[in-house]
Ligand binder design. Structure first.
Ligand code: GLV
Ligand code: MN
Ligand code: MN
Ligand code: MN
Length: 389
């Protein structure tokens, strides 16, 4: 969802709204939208939905900031929520200063960024941006086999409303603040240059269930063995390529201590600094897995569940942020973000990072110092002030 802070006065001439959105709202895309006047009082109602012209105000592209509230399983407190909380705090700060935006400022939160429930990272922003069809999104299932469509219905949301979001027409610029997720930032606040291309690939290893005590080692068709050798190969290939390969999720059938498994499903998360390295990495891991499956008498099927292309944030906008922030450092990231999806959808997009002293993320140990978080709010407020003046 996105909530908007509308300019008080009808703005002078502004560029035309972005093209390419639709006129439907999208609960999975960006969901309900609401507007507040600079004083904080609701100015909402159907006629003021972004994407429609409302009495007394022109539809002009706005500056949207925000992030996500969902987390990985057993994740930290900062990845996602810091960007949403900082967005609200930055808007509060600007209001307290008496700043009057010249264009609307939106604060957004996008669902299922981590893909922890339905397996698709940046699900909300992908649907909103129209890069994932409603049909494919609604068919995604969680681990219990519940399709997204049914989960929405259970939550009282009509799945028919899922689709590209008109809010995108109004997103002139997107700025996401996020905790840094490695040890790449030594200053309190930095600006992103790029996001590594990455993807999620499902490896299904099929074998033959059998007795753990009576089946000779030579007679087994053990998919766990093929998987284990594949995990080792992935680690080695990623090291050789200066890339990343992670098997962080595995499901074993029938999952009994005293039975050779019949099937192992393992999800590979692979990332690299450039697309060619990522493709070569995936090819090398798949080749070694295939060879090992032949040796073990097991089967292998590899399915790409999601692919996120490289994102190079526009340098003009990036340099503008660096200028506003008096020369803040610029750094790439290996983590995925909704900002990457919007940038890919041709919306001018930038990211701010807040220092992570330990570099730990996707863990309860994830941390950022309070002073750095406050510096992040100040930085975001300064950026919004510059972009929305
Ligand atoms: C999300 O944080 C990801 O990079 O997987
Ligand atoms: Mn994350
Ligand atoms: Mn995140
Ligand atoms: Mn992320």
């Amino acid at each position: 969802m996105i909530a908007w802070w509308e300019p008080r006065e009808k703005p002078a001439h502004r560029p035309a709204p972005r093209a390419g959105g639709s006129s439907e709202t999208s609960p999975v895309g960006t969901g309900a939208a609401s507007s507040v006047s600079p004083g904080g009082e609701p100015a909402g109602g159907p006629a003021s939905r972004p994407g429609t012209r409302r009495a007394g105000s022109s539809l002009v592209p706005g500056v949207v900031t925000g992030s996500h509230l969902d987390s990985v399983i057993d994740g930290g407190a900062f990845d996602g929520p810091l960007g949403v909380v900082s967005a609200l705090a930055a808007v509060d700060q600007l209001r307290a200063e008496g700043f009057e935006p010249g264009v609307p400022i939106g604060v957004g939160a996008f669902v299922e960024e981590e893909g922890s429930r339905f397996g698709m990272p940046c699900l909300g922003s992908r649907v909103a941006a129209g890069v994932l069809s409603a049909e494919k999104a609604l068919a995604l299932q969680d681990r219990a086999g519940v399709p997204l469509a049914a989960a929405l219905e259970q939550a009282g949301i009509d799945p028919a409303g899922v689709g590209p979001s008109p809010l995108l027409q109004r997103m002139g610029t997107f700025v996401e603040l996020h905790v840094e997720q490695g040890r790449g930032l030594t200053a309190p606040v930095g600006v992103a240059s790029s996001i590594w291309p990455h993807g999620r690939f499902r490896f299904t290893f099929g074998g033959e269930a059998n007795h753990a005590g009576t089946t000779l080692m030579e007679d087994r068709h053990d998919p766990m063995l093929t998987y284990a050798m594949t995990a080792l190969a992935a680690n080695k290939q990623a090291r050789l390529a200066g890339a990343r390969a992670t098997f962080g999720r595995v499901s074993v059938e029938p999952n009994g201590t005293n039975a050779v498994p019949s099937q192992v499903t393992a999800w590979l998360d692979a990332r690299a600094a450039d697309t060619e390295t990522l493709e070569l990495l995936l090819a090398a891991i798949t080749k070694q897995a295939t060879e090992r499956a032949e040796r073990d008498g097991t089967t292998l099927e590899v399915t790409a569940e999601s692919v996120s292309p490289i994102v190079n944030f526009p340098t003009g906008l990036r340099d503008r942020l660096v200028g506003v922030l008096d020369g803040a450092p610029v750094l790439p990231t290996g983590a995925g973000h909704d900002a990457g999806v919007f940038s890919d959808a041709a919306i001018p997009t930038a990211m701010l990072f807040v220092r992570n002293p330990t570099g730990i993320s996707h863990s309860p140990a994830e941390y950022a110092e309070q002073d750095d978080c406050l510096a992040g709010v100040d930085a975001l407020a300064a950026v919004l002030k510059d972009l929305a003046k």
